[in-house]
Design a protein around this ligand. Structure first.
Ligand code: ADP
Ligand code: MG
Length: 253
Protein backbone atom coordinates (compact mmCIF):
# COMPACT_ATOMS: atom_id res chain seq x y z
CA UNK A 1 0.00 0.00 0.00
CA UNK A 2 2.98 2.32 0.53
CA UNK A 3 4.12 2.49 -3.09
CA UNK A 4 3.47 6.20 -3.52
CA UNK A 5 0.75 5.77 -6.13
CA UNK A 6 -2.26 8.08 -6.01
CA UNK A 7 -4.73 6.74 -3.46
CA UNK A 8 -7.18 9.61 -3.25
CA UNK A 9 -7.52 12.44 -5.70
CA UNK A 10 -9.68 15.54 -5.44
CA UNK A 11 -10.20 17.53 -8.62
CA UNK A 12 -11.61 21.01 -8.24
CA UNK A 13 -13.96 19.92 -5.46
CA UNK A 14 -16.50 22.44 -4.23
CA UNK A 15 -19.04 22.37 -1.45
CA UNK A 16 -21.25 25.37 -0.92
CA UNK A 17 -23.82 25.92 1.80
CA UNK A 18 -26.13 28.53 0.33
CA UNK A 19 -23.83 31.49 -0.15
CA UNK A 20 -21.03 30.04 1.99
CA UNK A 21 -18.25 28.61 -0.16
CA UNK A 22 -16.93 26.22 2.49
CA UNK A 23 -14.76 24.34 -0.04
CA UNK A 24 -14.16 26.29 -3.20
CA UNK A 25 -12.17 24.37 -5.79
CA UNK A 26 -9.78 22.06 -3.96
CA UNK A 27 -7.48 19.75 -5.94
CA UNK A 28 -5.07 17.49 -4.12
CA UNK A 29 -3.61 13.99 -4.19
CA UNK A 30 -3.07 11.72 -1.21
CA UNK A 31 -0.47 9.08 -2.09
CA UNK A 32 -0.45 5.55 -0.72
CA UNK A 33 1.61 5.39 2.44
CA UNK A 34 1.46 9.12 3.07
CA UNK A 35 0.44 11.05 6.16
CA UNK A 36 -1.09 14.10 4.55
CA UNK A 37 -1.59 17.10 6.81
CA UNK A 38 -4.57 19.37 6.24
CA UNK A 39 -4.26 22.65 8.07
CA UNK A 40 -5.73 26.14 8.00
CA UNK A 41 -7.46 28.63 10.27
CA UNK A 42 -10.88 27.91 11.78
CA UNK A 43 -13.59 27.94 9.15
CA UNK A 44 -11.15 27.39 6.28
CA UNK A 45 -13.03 24.30 5.05
CA UNK A 46 -10.98 21.42 6.47
CA UNK A 47 -13.88 19.53 8.06
CA UNK A 48 -16.11 20.19 5.07
CA UNK A 49 -13.45 18.77 2.76
CA UNK A 50 -13.20 15.54 4.76
CA UNK A 51 -16.99 15.45 5.12
CA UNK A 52 -17.16 15.38 1.33
CA UNK A 53 -14.44 12.73 1.08
CA UNK A 54 -16.08 10.48 3.65
CA UNK A 55 -19.48 10.78 1.98
CA UNK A 56 -21.26 12.81 4.63
CA UNK A 57 -21.79 15.63 2.12
CA UNK A 58 -22.37 15.49 -1.61
CA UNK A 59 -19.92 17.79 -3.39
CA UNK A 60 -21.48 20.81 -5.10
CA UNK A 61 -19.00 20.27 -7.93
CA UNK A 62 -15.77 18.47 -8.78
CA UNK A 63 -14.45 14.94 -8.87
CA UNK A 64 -13.24 12.54 -6.17
CA UNK A 65 -11.24 9.47 -7.15
CA UNK A 66 -10.09 6.60 -4.99
CA UNK A 67 -7.48 4.42 -6.71
CA UNK A 68 -8.47 6.12 -9.97
CA UNK A 69 -12.13 5.19 -9.58
CA UNK A 70 -14.94 7.59 -8.77
CA UNK A 71 -15.63 7.64 -5.04
CA UNK A 72 -19.32 6.98 -4.30
CA UNK A 73 -20.48 10.51 -3.54
CA UNK A 74 -22.67 11.38 -0.59
CA UNK A 75 -22.87 7.98 1.10
CA UNK A 76 -20.95 7.40 4.36
CA UNK A 77 -21.73 3.71 4.12
CA UNK A 78 -20.55 3.22 0.53
CA UNK A 79 -17.39 5.25 1.08
CA UNK A 80 -16.60 3.22 4.22
CA UNK A 81 -16.83 0.05 2.14
CA UNK A 82 -14.17 1.36 -0.24
CA UNK A 83 -11.67 1.44 2.64
CA UNK A 84 -11.95 5.01 3.88
CA UNK A 85 -12.57 5.47 7.61
CA UNK A 86 -12.72 8.58 9.71
CA UNK A 87 -13.08 9.97 13.16
CA UNK A 88 -15.22 12.98 13.91
CA UNK A 89 -14.27 16.25 15.58
CA UNK A 90 -16.96 15.40 18.13
CA UNK A 91 -16.90 11.95 19.68
CA UNK A 92 -19.36 9.33 18.45
CA UNK A 93 -19.04 6.57 21.06
CA UNK A 94 -21.61 4.33 22.75
CA UNK A 95 -21.05 5.73 26.23
CA UNK A 96 -22.84 2.92 28.12
CA UNK A 97 -20.96 0.15 26.34
CA UNK A 98 -17.56 -1.15 27.33
CA UNK A 99 -14.45 -0.16 25.45
CA UNK A 100 -14.27 -3.65 23.95
CA UNK A 101 -17.92 -3.67 22.88
CA UNK A 102 -17.52 -0.28 21.21
CA UNK A 103 -14.89 -1.85 18.96
CA UNK A 104 -16.95 -5.04 18.55
CA UNK A 105 -19.89 -3.02 17.26
CA UNK A 106 -17.61 -1.24 14.81
CA UNK A 107 -16.19 -4.58 13.65
CA UNK A 108 -19.66 -5.82 12.97
CA UNK A 109 -20.44 -2.59 11.16
CA UNK A 110 -24.01 -2.49 12.44
CA UNK A 111 -23.98 0.85 14.18
CA UNK A 112 -27.72 1.08 14.47
CA UNK A 113 -28.65 -2.35 15.79
CA UNK A 114 -28.95 -2.76 19.58
CA UNK A 115 -25.80 -4.38 20.99
CA UNK A 116 -27.28 -7.77 21.99
CA UNK A 117 -28.50 -8.17 18.43
CA UNK A 118 -25.12 -7.20 17.05
CA UNK A 119 -23.40 -9.76 19.25
CA UNK A 120 -25.99 -12.40 18.39
CA UNK A 121 -25.08 -11.71 14.78
CA UNK A 122 -21.68 -13.29 15.39
CA UNK A 123 -21.42 -17.04 14.91
CA UNK A 124 -19.67 -18.82 17.80
CA UNK A 125 -16.13 -19.02 16.46
CA UNK A 126 -16.60 -15.75 14.67
CA UNK A 127 -17.30 -13.88 17.89
CA UNK A 128 -14.11 -15.16 19.50
CA UNK A 129 -12.12 -14.13 16.44
CA UNK A 130 -13.76 -10.72 16.45
CA UNK A 131 -12.84 -10.32 20.14
CA UNK A 132 -9.23 -11.13 19.37
CA UNK A 133 -9.21 -8.51 16.61
CA UNK A 134 -10.91 -5.98 18.90
CA UNK A 135 -8.35 -6.59 21.64
CA UNK A 136 -5.49 -6.19 19.18
CA UNK A 137 -6.95 -2.86 18.08
CA UNK A 138 -7.27 -1.77 21.71
CA UNK A 139 -3.65 -2.71 22.23
CA UNK A 140 -2.67 -0.65 19.21
CA UNK A 141 -4.16 2.45 20.86
CA UNK A 142 -3.00 1.50 24.36
CA UNK A 143 -6.42 0.62 25.79
CA UNK A 144 -5.97 -3.12 26.35
CA UNK A 145 -6.25 -2.70 30.14
CA UNK A 146 -9.52 -0.75 29.84
CA UNK A 147 -11.35 -3.31 27.70
CA UNK A 148 -14.07 -3.81 30.35
CA UNK A 149 -14.42 -0.13 31.26
CA UNK A 150 -17.50 1.65 30.01
CA UNK A 151 -16.71 4.28 27.41
CA UNK A 152 -18.21 7.02 29.55
CA UNK A 153 -15.79 6.17 32.38
CA UNK A 154 -12.68 6.55 30.20
CA UNK A 155 -10.66 9.74 30.36
CA UNK A 156 -11.36 12.15 27.52
CA UNK A 157 -8.06 11.23 25.89
CA UNK A 158 -8.82 7.52 26.08
CA UNK A 159 -12.24 8.15 24.55
CA UNK A 160 -10.52 9.77 21.58
CA UNK A 161 -8.15 6.80 21.26
CA UNK A 162 -11.13 4.46 21.41
CA UNK A 163 -12.66 6.35 18.54
CA UNK A 164 -9.52 5.73 16.52
CA UNK A 165 -9.67 2.00 17.35
CA UNK A 166 -13.28 1.97 16.14
CA UNK A 167 -12.31 3.62 12.87
CA UNK A 168 -9.54 1.03 12.40
CA UNK A 169 -12.06 -1.76 12.89
CA UNK A 170 -13.20 -1.04 9.33
CA UNK A 171 -9.69 -2.03 8.10
CA UNK A 172 -9.24 1.20 6.20
CA UNK A 173 -6.58 1.90 3.58
CA UNK A 174 -7.16 5.58 4.29
CA UNK A 175 -7.86 6.91 7.78
CA UNK A 176 -9.07 10.48 8.19
CA UNK A 177 -8.46 12.07 11.57
CA UNK A 178 -10.25 15.38 12.16
CA UNK A 179 -8.45 17.20 14.97
CA UNK A 180 -7.64 14.11 17.03
CA UNK A 181 -5.56 16.15 19.48
CA UNK A 182 -8.36 18.63 20.22
CA UNK A 183 -8.72 18.98 23.98
CA UNK A 184 -5.91 16.53 24.77
CA UNK A 185 -3.43 17.23 27.56
CA UNK A 186 0.22 17.25 26.55
CA UNK A 187 1.07 13.63 27.54
CA UNK A 188 -1.95 12.42 25.56
CA UNK A 189 -0.81 14.40 22.52
CA UNK A 190 2.47 12.48 22.70
CA UNK A 191 0.56 9.22 22.99
CA UNK A 192 -1.51 10.21 19.97
CA UNK A 193 1.61 10.85 17.90
CA UNK A 194 2.93 7.37 18.77
CA UNK A 195 -0.43 5.78 17.90
CA UNK A 196 -0.55 7.54 14.53
CA UNK A 197 3.00 6.35 13.79
CA UNK A 198 2.02 2.78 14.63
CA UNK A 199 -1.06 2.94 12.38
CA UNK A 200 1.03 4.37 9.58
CA UNK A 201 3.65 1.62 9.99
CA UNK A 202 0.90 -0.87 9.28
CA UNK A 203 0.48 0.59 5.84
CA UNK A 204 -2.55 2.81 6.46
CA UNK A 205 -2.49 6.15 4.65
CA UNK A 206 -3.71 9.07 6.73
CA UNK A 207 -5.24 12.50 6.31
CA UNK A 208 -4.53 14.44 9.48
CA UNK A 209 -6.33 17.67 10.34
CA UNK A 210 -4.45 19.22 13.21
CA UNK A 211 -3.79 22.58 14.82
CA UNK A 212 -0.62 21.57 16.67
CA UNK A 213 2.03 22.48 14.12
CA UNK A 214 4.68 20.41 15.91
CA UNK A 215 2.46 17.32 15.52
CA UNK A 216 2.04 18.09 11.81
CA UNK A 217 5.78 18.61 11.40
CA UNK A 218 6.63 15.36 13.12
CA UNK A 219 4.15 13.18 11.23
CA UNK A 220 3.35 14.60 7.82
CA UNK A 221 5.39 14.25 4.66
CA UNK A 222 3.03 16.57 2.80
CA UNK A 223 0.88 19.42 4.08
CA UNK A 224 -1.95 21.22 2.32
CA UNK A 225 -3.04 24.59 3.71
CA UNK A 226 -6.59 25.83 3.26
CA UNK A 227 -7.92 29.32 3.72
CA UNK A 228 -11.41 30.42 2.75
CA UNK A 229 -12.08 27.04 1.14
CA UNK A 230 -9.08 27.29 -1.19
CA UNK A 231 -5.58 25.87 -1.13
CA UNK A 232 -3.09 28.63 -0.38
CA UNK A 233 0.01 26.46 -0.01
CA UNK A 234 1.21 22.86 -0.24
CA UNK A 235 4.53 21.20 0.44
CA UNK A 236 6.52 19.93 3.40
CA UNK A 237 5.68 21.25 6.85
CA UNK A 238 8.86 23.36 6.79
CA UNK A 239 7.96 24.84 3.43
CA UNK A 240 4.40 25.81 4.30
CA UNK A 241 5.37 27.19 7.72
CA UNK A 242 7.59 29.76 6.04
CA UNK A 243 5.11 30.62 3.30
CA UNK A 244 4.06 34.30 3.65
CA UNK A 245 0.50 33.46 2.55
CA UNK A 246 0.23 30.90 5.33
CA UNK A 247 1.65 33.24 7.95
CA UNK A 248 -0.80 35.93 6.87
CA UNK A 249 -3.77 33.53 6.95
CA UNK A 250 -2.99 32.56 10.54
CA UNK A 251 -2.31 36.12 11.69
CA UNK A 252 -5.62 37.21 10.19
CA UNK A 253 -7.59 34.68 12.27
P1 ADP B 1 -12.80 24.07 9.50
O1 ADP B 1 -13.00 22.62 9.74
O2 ADP B 1 -11.59 24.40 8.67
O3 ADP B 1 -12.79 24.88 10.78
P2 ADP B 1 -15.43 23.98 8.27
O4 ADP B 1 -15.26 23.09 7.12
O5 ADP B 1 -16.05 23.41 9.47
O6 ADP B 1 -14.02 24.64 8.64
O7 ADP B 1 -16.27 25.23 7.85
C1 ADP B 1 -16.00 25.99 6.67
C2 ADP B 1 -17.11 27.01 6.47
O8 ADP B 1 -18.31 26.33 6.09
C3 ADP B 1 -17.44 27.81 7.71
O9 ADP B 1 -17.77 29.10 7.32
C4 ADP B 1 -18.64 27.07 8.25
O10 ADP B 1 -19.45 27.94 9.00
C5 ADP B 1 -19.34 26.62 7.00
N1 ADP B 1 -20.10 25.36 7.21
C6 ADP B 1 -19.58 24.16 7.51
N2 ADP B 1 -20.54 23.23 7.59
C7 ADP B 1 -21.70 23.86 7.32
C8 ADP B 1 -23.08 23.45 7.25
N3 ADP B 1 -23.43 22.19 7.46
N4 ADP B 1 -24.00 24.39 6.95
C9 ADP B 1 -23.65 25.67 6.71
N5 ADP B 1 -22.38 26.12 6.77
C10 ADP B 1 -21.42 25.24 7.06
MG1 MG C 1 -13.11 21.51 11.55
Amino acid sequence: NADGSALLELRDVKRYFGGVKAVDGVSLTVRAGEIHGLIGPNGSGKSTAVNVISGLYVPTDGKLLLRNKALPAGSLFKVARTGVARTFQNLQLFSELTTLDNVMVALKGQYRAPLPLVLLGFAHGEERRAQAVALALLQLVGLQDQARTRAKDLTYGDQRFLEIARALARRPDLLILDEPAAGLAHPDVNRLVEIIKRIHERGVSIILIEHHMDVISELCSVVTVLDGGRIIAAGTADQVKRDPKVIEAYLGM
